[in-house]
Design a protein around this ligand. Structure first.
Ligand code: 3H9
Length: 698
C-alpha cells in the first residue's frame, strides 16, 4: 500500500502488515495505508483480512509527535469505523504492546488473537487525553462499564490473558502468531462466522453508583486532572445512548482534552522522560561495563531501600555495616519492608523471598572485592565519605564503579580520595529508595563516559527514571528546593500559618505542602546543618527562625509527634497547633515583621518562581542538560503535579515575560538578595523566546 503498510493476498486471506518502527505508531502514512488495505480487501477475492505488525510490537498508539499539528486525513475514528464496517471478517493479531489507538484499532476488528505476553491498554489518561477513536464506546460494549472505567482511568496495560477474561481478546496463543492468526481467520470463514461489530452490541446496564465511585477515586488519586472526569462522562454516555451519539460526544471531549494545557504538559513529560535518558555529547555506542553484583555501604533507611531496588531487579547485593548490631538492624528493616509489600499485595510471598535472598549482609569490606558497583549510603559527613572512598579504592577490583548517594556533597572532592577518579560518580536516590522512581546521576569532573553510560543503562534495569546532573551543592532537585523552602518560611512569618501555606501549595497541585514536608523530613536536619555554619552564612534569619525555635522546644517534626503541626501517635494524623501560631506571631514581632494578609496566589508565585529562577541558573551553568530534565526531576522526586508539566514547562506555559515581571515585582518588594532574576531568563525574554525550542539551540 505504501512504505509502512504492506498488503498481500495469501490464499483466501488478505494479510495486512504494519511496519513503522520503533513502535508502529499510527502516523498519517499508517492510517492511509490501512484505509487503502481495507478498501482493497473489499474488492479482492478474499474471505477475511488479518492485520498484524512487524517489529517489537503491535501498534502502540496514535503518533504523539503529530498531536497539536493540523489534522491529516484519514482521521483515526473514521478509519476504524470503516474497518469495522467491512463485510469481510477482520482479525487483529496482537503482540508486544497494543496501546491507545493501537488497541482501539484491534477493537474495531471483528476478532482478536494475541500472543502470550502481549499487553493491551489505554494509556491516554497519562497524556491528559481519553481514548478518542471509539475506545470509550466499544470497550463498555465488549467488557462492561466497570472494566472500561478501570482500564481507561488507570492507564496501566493489562496482560492479554486478563483482557481475554474480560472479553476483549478471543484467543491467546503461545507461538507463531501470524500463522495462528491466519488459521483462526480461516476457521472463522469455514464455520460461517459473520463480522462481529462491537458498535452493534448493547452496553450491559450497570448501577449508576459505579460512576460516582469512580469519580470519588479520581478526585483523590488524580486530583486536579481534567481527563479522568471526561473519560467517566464518555463511558456514562455509552450506557445511555447509541454508538453514533456516544462517539460524537467522545470526539468532542477528545478535542477538548487535546486543546487542554494539561495534555500539552503531560505530552511534554512523555518526551522529556525519554530525552533525559540520553546524554548530550555521548554516542549510543559508548561501551558499557557489565554489572552483575552490587555493594552497598550503610544499611540505614537509604542503604536498605537501594539494596531492595537492585534485588527487586534480580541483581545480587552485598550490604556492609560497621558491626553486627547495625547490620541486624538494617536487614530487619529490609525484612519489614518486604513483609509490608506482601501484606499490601504488591509482591507475592515467593517473589519477596526470592528478592530478599539476593541481599547478604557483611561487616567487612572484603565482601566488596569482586562487586561491579559500590554505592556508599552513609550519613552526610564529607570526611567519613572520603575515608570510605579511600578504603574502597584499595578493596575493589579494577573496573568497579564507585558511587556516592550523597544529597549535597561535592562529588569531585569525594572522587579525589581515590586513585580512580574516572570510576567515581554520584547516584542520588530518593527516599524511600525502593519506591521513588527518580535517580539523579551526578557526573563529576573526571567521570568516564563509559561509567556514566553504564549507570544510565543500569537505572533503566532497576526501573528508575535517571537524570544527569553536574556537581553543585544539592544537585538539581535539592538546590532548587532551597529557595522554595525559604519562601515557604517567609510567607509563614510574614502573615501565613502552616495550614495556609500548605493549603495554597496543595490546592495548586503539589502532592504535599512544604511545611508538612519539613515536618516529615525532620526539622533537626536543617537545624544541625545551620549550627555547623557561622551565623553570617546561615541565610536570612526570617527564613529559619521559627524552625529553630521549634527544634529547641523539642519539636522535631513527625518523628517527635510535634513540629509545625501535632501528629497523632497512633494514626500520624496531622492537626494544627495554636501554640505554633503563637510562636510564629511572636517570632515575627521579634524579627520586626508587621504581619499582613497573604493570599494563596502570592504564596504559590513566590514558591514556584523561586524554583523556576534557580532552574534557569542551573540550566545556564550546564548543571542540567535541558529544561525537560529539571521537569522530570520535580515530577518524579518532589511531588510536582504531573499535569503542570514540571517547573520549567510551567514557566514556559505561563509565559517567560510574565514570570520575569513577577520576579522583578518581588525584587522591588522583598529585595534583590532573594530575587535577582537569572540572567538566562532575562536573556530569553529579551530575545522574545521561550524554552520550547531549547533542543534546536543546543
Ligand atoms: C492515542 O493513542 C490516542 C487515541 O486514543 C486517539 C487518537 C485519535 N508516538 O518508550 P520507548 C517513541 S494516544 C510517537 O523508549 P519502550 C518514543 O518517543 C497514544 N512516538 O520504548 C521513543 O522515541 P526515541 C497512546 C512514540 O520499549 C521510541 O518510540 N499510546 C510513541 O520502553 C521508543 O519508546 C501511548 O501512550 C507514540 N505513541 O516502550 C503509548 N510511543 O527512541 C506510549 C513511543 O526517539 N508509548 N514512541 O526516544 C509507550 O508507552 C512506550 O513507548 C512503549 C514502548 C510501551 C510502547
Amino acid at each position: 500500500m505504501n512504505d509502512v503498510v504492506n498488503y498481500v493476498i495469501d490464499g483466501n486471506l488478505a494479510v495486512v502488515t504494519v511496519n513503522n518502527p520503533p513502535v508502529n505508531a499510527l502516523s498519517q502514512a499508517v492510517r492511509q495505508g490501512l484505509l487503502e488495505a481495507i478498501r482493497a480487501a473489499a474488492q479482492d477475492d478474499c474471505k477475511a483480512v488479518v492485520i498484524h505488525c512487524d517489529g517489537r510490537t503491535f501498534i502502540a498508539g496514535a503518533d504523539i509527535t503529530e498531536f497539536g499539528k493540523p489534522h491529516a486525513e484519514p482521521l483515526l475514528p473514521d478509519l476504524l469505523n470503516e474497518i469495522e464496517a467491512s463485510d469481510k471478517i477482520v482479525v487483529a493479531a496482537l503482540h508486544g504492546t497494543a496501546l491507545g489507538g493501537g488497541f482501539e484499532t484491534a477493537l474495531s476488528c471483528h476478532y482478536r488473537i494475541a500472543l502470550e505476553g502481549a499487553k493491551v491498554g489505554f494509556p491516554e489518561v497519562k497524556l491528559g487525553l481519553l481514548p478518542g477513536a471509539g475506545g470509550t464506546q466499544r470497550v463498555p460494549r465488549l467488557a462492561g462499564v466497570e472494566a472500561a472505567l478501570d482500564l481507561m482511568l488507570n492507564g496501566a496495560p493489562v496482560a492479554a490473558e486478563s483482557a481475554a477474561n474480560l472479553g476483549l481478546i478471543d484467543r491467546v496463543v503461545d507461538d507463531s502468531l501470524l500463522d495462528e492468526a491466519k488459521r483462526y481467520a480461516r476457521e472463522l470463514v469455514e464455520s460461517g462466522a459473520r463480522p462481529r461489530r462491537a458498535s452493534e452490541l448493547q452496553v450491559a446496564q450497570a448501577d449508576a453508583t459505579i460512576f460516582d465511585a469512580a469519580a470519588a477515586v479520581v478526585a483523590k488519586k488524580a486530583r486536579g486532572q481534567t481527563a479522568p472526569p471526561r473519560i467517566i462522562e464518555c463511558v456514562r454516555t455509552a450506557m445511555a445512548t447509541s454508538f453514533a451519539d456516544g462517539q460524537k460526544r467522545e470526539r468532542e471531549l477528545f478535542t477538548e482534552s487535546m486543546k487542554d494545557p494539561q495534555s500539552a504538559a503531560m505530552r511534554h513529560l512523555f518526551f522529556a522522560e525519554r530525552e533525559a535518558a540520553k546524554l548530550a555529547g555521548l554516542s549510543k555506542d559508548t561501551p558499557k561495563r557489565e554489572i552483575n553484583s552490587i555493594g552497598i555501604i550503610g544499611g540505614g533507611t537509604m542503604g536498605g531501600g537501594i539494596a531492595m531496588s537492585f534485588a527487586n531487579a534480580g541483581i545480587p547485593v552485598h550490604m556492609v555495616e560497621i558491626n553486627d548490631e547495625a547490620l541486624a538492624r538494617g536487614l530487619s528493616i529490609i525484612d519489614g519492608n518486604y513483609a509490608g509489600s506482601v501484606k499490601r499485595g504488591k509482591l507475592s510471598e515467593e517473589r519477596a523471598t526470592q528478592c530478599r535472598g539476593l541481599i547478604t549482609g557483611h561487616t567487612n569490606y572484603a565482601a566488596l572485592a569482586d562487586v561491579d558497583l559500590v554505592i556508599e549510603a552513609v550519613f552526610e559527613d564529607p570526611e567519613l565519605k572520603k575515608e570510605i572512598f579511600a578504603k574502597l579504592d584499595k578493596t575493589c577490583k579494577q573496573g568497579a564503579i564507585l558511587a556516592t548517594n550523597t544529597s549535597y556533597q561535592d562529588v569531585n572532592e569525594i572522587a579525589k580520595a581515590t586513585n580512580r577518579r574516572s570510576d567515581v560518580l554520584g547516584m542520588h536516590f530518593f527516599s524511600p529508595a525502593h519506591i521513588m522512581k527518580l535517580l539523579e546521576v551526578v557526573r563529576a569532573e573526571k567521570t568516564a563516559d563509559e561509567v556514566l553510560a553504564t549507570v544510565m543503562a543500569l537505572a533503566k534495569r532497576i526501573r528508575k527514571v535517571a537524570v544527569v546532573s553536574g556537581v553543585c551543592y544539592g544537585f538539581i532537585g535539592n538546590r532548587m528546593l532551597q529557595g522554595y523552602f525559604r519562601e515557604a518560611q517567609l510567607c509563614l512569618v510574614e502573615g501565613g500559618t502552616p495550614e495556609s501555606v500548605d493549603a495554597a501549595m496543595v490546592g495548586w497541585g503539589m502532592a504535599m505542602g512544604p511545611i508538612s514536608v519539613a515536618d516529615l523530613a525532620g526539622l533537626d536536619v536543617g537545624y544541625k546543618a545551620r549550627q555547623a555554619l557561622p551565623e553570617d552564612e546561615r541565610g536570612d534569619p526570617a527564613a529559619y527562625r521559627v524552625a529553630d525555635v521549634l527544634v529547641e522546644a523539642g519539636r522535631l517534626g513527625q518523628k517527635s509527634g510535634k513540629g509545625f503541626y501535632i501528629y497523632d501517635p497512633e494514626t500520624r494524623k496531622q492537626s494544627p497547633d495554636a501554640e505554633v501560631h503563637e510562636i510564629v506571631e511572636r517570632e515575627a514581632a521579634a524579627l520586626g515583621i508587621a504581619r499582613r494578609a497573604i493570599d494563596a496566589e502570592e504564596i504559590v508565585d513566590r514558591l514556584i518562581y523561586a524554583l523556576v529562577n534557580e532552574g534557569f541558573r542551573i540550566l545556564e551553568e550546564g548543571i542540567a542538560q535541558r529544561p525537560g530534565d529539571i521537569d522530570v526531576v520535580y515530577i518524579y522526586g518532589y511531588g510536582f503535579p504531573v499535569w503542570r508539566g514540571g517547573p520549567m514547562h510551567y514557566a514556559d506555559a505561563v509565559g517567560l515575560d510574565r514570570v520575569l515581571a513577577r520576579i522583578n515585582e518581588f525584587r522591588e518588594r522583598f529585595g534583590e538578595h532573594h530575587w535577582t532574576p537569572a540572567p538566562l531568563l532575562e536573556k530569553l525574554v529579551g530575545e522574545g523566546r521561550g524554552l520550547a525550542d531549547w533542543a534546536e539551540r543546543a
